[in-house]
Design a binder for this molecule. Structure first.
Ligand SMILES: [Zn+2]
Length: 391
């Protein structure tokens, strides 16, 4: 039998089970304990009632919450775009075309360089409390380069997304239809074995609604589940396509009509908000309050990528969401944990209740509210991933 550990003396525990503690969506338990056995949580409750275990960790009045579930990142790439960011912050607008810079650098990189880069950003994220992450291809845009990115990503996470349809490859700039045929044909065949998800950047300058529908439908026929970059830079058909195809998530959702909000509220598709992108492009924020008030499930993730959101920090995104997007601290923490899990259609992460993976983050603070209250401060003081202390 695997050994058991109790983490006790937790001032505020976020369980994300409303049947526990204060009955709120976060299921807050005061003076709490969590018992871990193997890679799972086996018990959650009052510190004074915790069962006997082999090992004991004293949280000493810290807060604990589920490890963050970052359901949207682009971490298989080479190079950086410091100059583009610098120019943009000096007054130039962001367009989808900057991706080509990263495509050139990524194609030129070795497998070892790509993996070292990925590992570095994963370590960054882990130290900021992220224990589950999704990541995408999309900087190769050839059959071999897309398959390579996914093969490398799949060695580090189960949540791998094929994004051959990030932009039309520069090699097919004069014939987008031929590129869509490649993405839905030979490239899909080469990539599907490494991926769980298929994604498309549905945006002016990238792919339109009909192309997005064709790409996601082709992926679904190969056993991949759809998710989509939708309504980031402008109003468009992305959200409607997402709901129509029962995509797990429509990501960005910055420019929404009332019909888009109604569609999300009426379906299972999660709205994943990525405020690092608006921050890093100095763009208008998505309106989280409007979505939440309509009953839409909202996730909060980093969109970590070298062009438009080069942060691996979920706490930073929580602070932005609370300060500028109308979310309460409780809502933002839920969206970054249980919301991310919903966007990946997972119920074994994003909560701290029996049966879930023992993915837990300890904060050097008495409550989860400090994630928004103390922006920019490195509060994460301990991380357990799959039952093993990693930080
Ligand atoms: Zn993205």
């Amino acid at each position: 039998m695997s050994s058991s550990t109790v983490i006790t003396n937790i001032a505020t525990l976020v369980t994300n089970d409303p049947s526990l503690g204060d009955g709120s969506p976060l299921g807050l338990v005061r003076d709490a304990a969590v018992v871990i056995e193997g890679d799972r949580v086996v018990w959650t409750g009052d510190s004074s009632k915790a069962p006997a275990t082999d090992n004991r960790v004293d949280a000493d009045g810290r807060a604990a919450l589920p490890g963050f579930v970052d359901s949207h990142s682009h971490l298989v790439f080479a190079g950086d775009r410091t100059e583009e960011f610098n120019a943009r912050m000096s007054g130039r607008g962001y367009t989808a075309g900057g991706i080509r810079t990263t495509v050139a650098a990524t194609r030129a990189a070795t497998d070892e360089e790509l993996e070292a880069n990925l590992t570095r950003y994963l370590s960054e994220a882990l130290h900021q409390g992220t224990t589950t992450f999704e990541t995408k291809s999309g900087y190769g845009l050839t059959v071999a380069d897309e398959a390579r990115a996914l093969r490398i990503a799949a060695q580090h996470t189960d949540e791998v997304t094929y994004l051959g349809a990030h932009i039309v490859s520069p090699d097919h700039a004069d014939d987008p239809a031929a590129y869509v045929a490649l993405v839905t044909g030979e490239m899909l065949d080469a990539c599907a074995p490494y991926a769980r998800w298929i994604d498309v950047f549905c945006e002016q300058g990238a792919f339109d609604g009909d192309q997005a529908r064709a790409i996601l439908t082709a992926g679904r026929a190969k056993g991949l589940h759809p998710r989509i970059h939708a309504n980031q830079l402008s109003y468009g058909p992305g959200v409607q396509v997402a709901v129509e195809l029962d995509a797990a998530s429509a990501d960005h959702c910055t420019h929404l009509t009332d019909a888009d909000v109604d569609a999300l509220a009426g379906g299972r598709t999660v709205a994943t908000l990525l405020p690092g992108a608006e921050f890093s492009t100095r763009a208008a924020w998505p309106n989280a309050r409007r979505l939440l008030d309509a009953g839409v499930t909202v996730a909060l993730s980093t969109d970590c990528n070298p062009g438009s959101s080069f942060t691996s920090s979920v706490p930073f995104c929580i602070a932005l969401a609370v300060r500028d997007m109308g979310m309460t601290p409780d809502e933002a923490v839920w969206s970054a944990t249980a919301g991310g899990a919903a966007a990946l259609r997972r119920d074994d992460v994003g909560r701290l209740t029996p049966g879930a993976y023992a993915d837990l983050t300890l904060l050097d603070a008495p409550s989860h509210v400090h994630l928004a209250y103390r922006p920019g401060v490195p509060l994460v003081s301990g991380v357990w991933k799959r039952g093993v202390r990693a930080v």
